[in-house]
Design a protein around this ligand. Sequence first.
Ligand code: AMP
Length: 300
Amino acid sequence: MSKITVVGSVAFDSIETPFGKVESVLGGSATHFSAAASFFAPVNLVAVVGNDFPKEHIKFLKSRNIDTEGLEIADGNTFAWKGFYEYDLNTAHTLETKLNVFQDFEPKLPERYTNSEIVFLANIDPELQLSVLDQIDKPKLVVLDTMNFWIENKKDRLLRTLQEVDIALMNDSEARELAKTFSLLDAARMIMSWGPETVIIKKGEHGVLMFTENTHFAAPAFPLEEIKDPTGAGDSFAGGFLGYLAKTSDFSEQNQRKAVVYGSVMASFSVEDFGLNRARHLKQKEIEDRYAEFEEITGF
Ligand code: AMP
């Protein structure tokens, strides 16, 4: 078992999809990641919230094997994101991003986080991602996620952070925007030339592609009857992916393929309900059953 440290957003999300609407629910990239990864391995959380953040949310995180010593409570308001989805649930449209306490955040890692083998730099300012990485002693696996907001506002810093990363994760439109090319294969090669050995491109309901210099793996998304809210699917994917790698401590390409399927399983649960609602009552057995079903639908 390897230790995971994640830095990312802990947020209040207001979300509207064709299937409903929620206001100021617990969200954020680090939250969705931690909720998924903690089914597999313990997670250290690095983030900041404001003094408006309810204690019950912290209680929930603690109850899930998530270490919150690295969750700073600062004077001010918690990060807030507001977005909507049309019938194409693959594209999130941002209405509002209020960085709030994240603007002055200077992460300081608790001593016991600094020997983590796995680091997940979830979607957050690339400068903060790098400052967390600098505080960890020789991690074995560094994985980064990002999004259009940072590609558009902090591309130089993002390219700098990518130099330190083993695996880059992003969705298809972000990979195209970052690499300025339509071809996902070309985009993956371009991103690899900036540092990462592996690039994983998430394509929403169309599944995932994983590229290394010499290999290419494709997994479908799990076909679902009901989807309510895609927010957090990417982070839940990352949580399942890294959670499985942490549990097995085997970072080989073959094992990463299995991890991609666990990632897809966790993403599929996350979209079945708003916010973290599905994760709150998910059972280990449901994860294993869905993994087995995945093997069934992809085997030939
Ligand atoms: P995803 O897994 O890609 O759907 O990520 C969704 C999460 O990202 C939401 O819960 C948001 O709170 C969070 N988020 C949205 N915009 C940003 C941003 N600019 N920086 C950090 N987190 C964000």
